[in-house]
Design a protein around this ligand. Structure first.
Ligand SMILES: CC(C)(COP(=O)(O)OP(=O)(O)OC[C@H]1O[C@@H](n2cnc3c(N)ncnc32)[C@H](O)[C@@H]1OP(=O)(O)O)[C@@H](O)C(=O)NCCC(=O)NCCS
Length: 239
């Protein structure tokens, strides 16, 4: 799998020399400043896998995403409710752009690598550069469940988070009844660290969530990445 590439050959311009050449040793602020200036200022990079790619959400994704996310089974364990109209989804997409510009969240559309048609959404939220942590959140249209789409999207996102962004710890908060999500995260090597009691308010009630975590070193060992580079061990190219 190619871990990272960009639209219209942008990657070479976007990758800071410091990330190309190895682990970064400057302060956290400088680190995130460089990353966001070089990688995230105008658009998210396009992360290309075997069957899916991750890219910036676009206005023309709104209708399709709306049709997927209005399914209450998709939002059952999410903090959001089904949108009322495509305009709500357009507003969501605008917010994604705004939050990316502010380096608050990096939200990607999961799209079919052959057709560029959207299948879901995946993102890093609660980015905390000094602590080098973030939370991952994902939803996939129900018609695509059970095919490994989420698994491949998470692999691309975690390579990006640990490799390009240099994060150290990625968390997922999973409702205790969300067995599908739990199974999927465990298959990726996520470890359960504990129960967050009544941490999720939905449909007028509080629900418990489990905290699952993947650490940088665990991911690098699993994925065969060279520490701090985002490169597959033994490969010279960041693609
Ligand atoms: C959570 C969610 C993204 C998981 O999707 P998913 O399709 O079950 O996850 P995966 O992509 O990892 O697919 C795993 C399943 O596909 C199967 N599969 C088929 N081909 C596969 C492949 N090439 N690679 C991996 N798994 C494959 C696996 O065997 C597994 O089946 P199982 O669930 O019967 O064990 C999805 O259920 C969803 O969008 N839920 C609603 C939103 C939500 O709750 N998000 C999580 C909030 S914490």
């Amino acid at each position: 799998m190619r871990a990272l590439t960009c639209e219209a050959g942008m990657l070479d311009d976007l990758m800071p020399a410091s990330l190309d050449s190895g682990p970064y040793t400057e302060s956290d602020d400088r680190f995130m400043e460089d990353v966001s200036n070089c990688v995230m200022q105008d658009t998210l990079p396009v992360l290309i896998g075997r069957r899916v790619l991750l890219r910036e959400p676009r206005e023309d994704d709104a209708v399709r995403l709306y049709e997927f996310v209005r399914d209450p089974e998709v939002t059952r364990f999410l903090a959001i409710d089904p949108p009322a109209s495509p305009d709500d989804t357009r507003f969501f997409i605008e917010k994604c752009h705004e939050h990316r510009r502010q380096d608050r969240e990096y939200v990607f559309v999961i799209a079919d690598v052959a057709t560029d048609q959207s299948m879901g959404v995946i993102g890093l939220r609660h980015l905390d550069p000094p602590m080098r942590t973030a939370q991952v959140g994902t939803w996939v249209a129900r018609s695509y469940w059970g095919r490994g789409i989420n698994a491949e999207a998470k692999e691309l996102l975690l390579d990006f988070a640990f490799g390009t962004l240099g994060l150290h710890r990625i968390e997922a908060r999973i409702d205790v009844d969300n067995h599908r999500s739990r199974r999927a995260f465990e298959r990726l090597g996520g470890r359960r660290e504990g129960r967050l009691r009544e941490s999720f308010f939905k449909n007028g009630g509080y629900h418990d969530q489990d905290l699952f975590v993947v650490l940088e070193e665990e991911w690098q060992n699993r994925a065969g990445l060279e520490p701090g580079t985002g490169r597959r061990a033994g490969k010279g190219e960041h693609r």
